[in-house]
Design a protein around this ligand. Structure first.
Ligand code: ATP
Ligand code: LTN
Length: 326
């Protein structure tokens, strides 16, 4: 079992990234060969400030470690340190079609309302396919929003193998059940997202205790005052219950039993404290890693070496299949 996944270093990671993606990563590293990447080339698909991107890249790598990814067990690296990602993306881009890329819902969402859309934003899923296929990954843990990109990755692998000869492993998505789709605190019909304009819509992993408490207090709830898990009738409360359960380890029925009739006030207050308690150790470890960046930089340099040692032979095979001289 070879696992690959990536998170963009744009803005601040939030509890959706933690519950949908990173919790799966820390679980998988105990039973699979894992690579976890900070996908900074993907971040360039939307305008970025260079100094902020540099800082956010290190911050995201520090968060991986702070959340429990162990660099002795997993390979942790930065996408732009391994040139093979961009090279394979070009080659796969020659297999992908305009029609299939235009059908990607993430592209349609991110392109909507912009008067100019870059080739990079359009080709985003091709670079993602390159990330995965380079390492012959068998499994890709992601949140529910990445399902369509994984299907495209599989299609590209199958198409390349059929046209040019066997080169790629066809990967499977690993989408957890609980936590795969944490919703916005301000609009339970939208997923919690780094790029949403309103910071009150998400709890960032580095939000201080008072910010966390205030965001939970301000989170929208549904009509009525009963704390009950019902995704259709009570989507906002159901989302808060899921977050509470996943971060505290208590089952949802136990939470319903405790808070069912006591109104939203006490429920939100205790949820705020549960989130603060879950984030505290992550923030302490993150702070230590950022304060002494030598360790982090050494981890990333070693990660890039290990990743390149796997990627380079795959790129040679692909070049060979396509008739590119070695
Ligand atoms: P944006 O919303 O700006 O596109 P993002 O918050 O989705 O950014 P990514 O780096 O694109 O962040 O996602 C990293 C991982 O976190 C992916 O596996 C993604 O599926 C997962 N993820 C993102 N948002 C959520 C969410 N609300 N619930 C569960 N998982 C999520
Ligand atoms: N598109 C992903 C981030 C990403 C990724 C990957 C995830 C880029 N490359 C490879 C898994 C495997 C997202 O979450 N928005």
């Amino acid at each position: 079992m070879r696992v690959f996944s990536g998170i963009q270093p744009t803005g601040r990671a939030h509890i959706g990234n933690l519950l949908g993606a990173i919790h799966q990563f820390t679980d998988l590293q105990n039973r699979a060969d894992c690579l976890f990447c900070v996908v900074n080339l993907h971040a360039l698909t939307l305008p970025q400030d260079p100094a902020a991107l540099r800082a956010d890249t290190l911050q995201m790598a520090a968060l991986y470690l702070a959340c429990g990814i162990d660099p002795r067990r997993s390979t942790v690296f930065v996408q732009s340190h391994v040139a093979a990602h961009a090279e394979l993306a070009w080659l796969l881009g020659c297999e992908a079609t305009y029609g299939e890329l235009g059908r990607m819902t993430q592209f349609k969402d991110k392109a909507a309302g912009r008067d100019s859309v870059s080739l990079g934003l359009f080709a985003y899923p091709v670079l993602m396919a390159a990330d995965i296929l380079l390492y012959a990954a068998t499994h890709v843990p992601v949140g529910d929003d990445q399902r369509q990109h994984l299907e495209l990755t599989r299609d590209l692998a199958v198409r390349f193998n059929a046209r040019h000869g066997e080169a790629f492993v066809v990967p499977e998505a690993l989408i957890g059940q609980a936590g795969a789709r944490v919703m916005s605190l301000q609009n339970p019909a939208e997923k919690m997202s780094k790029s949403a304009a309103d910071p009150a819509s998400r709890i960032e992993l580095l939000d201080g205790p008072d910010t966390v408490r205030a965001k939970i207090r301000r989170a929208v709830t549904d009509s009525g005052r009963e704390v009950r898990y019902d995704r259709t009738a009570k989507p906002a409360v159901a989302n808060l219950l899921e977050i509470f359960s996943l971060l505290s380890g208590e089952a949802i029925p136990a939470l319903e039993a405790r808070y069912g009739d006591s109104g939203y006030g006490r429920f939100k207050q205790d949820l705020g404290e549960a989130v603060v308690a879950a984030l505290d150790p992550i923030q302490r470890r993150h702070e230590e890693l950022i304060r002494a960046p030598d360790h982090l930089e050494a981890v990333l340099a070693d990660g890039a070496r290990r990743a390149a040692a796997l990627a380079d032979p795959m790129l040679r095979t692909v070049n060979e299949r396509l008739g590119l001289p070695g």
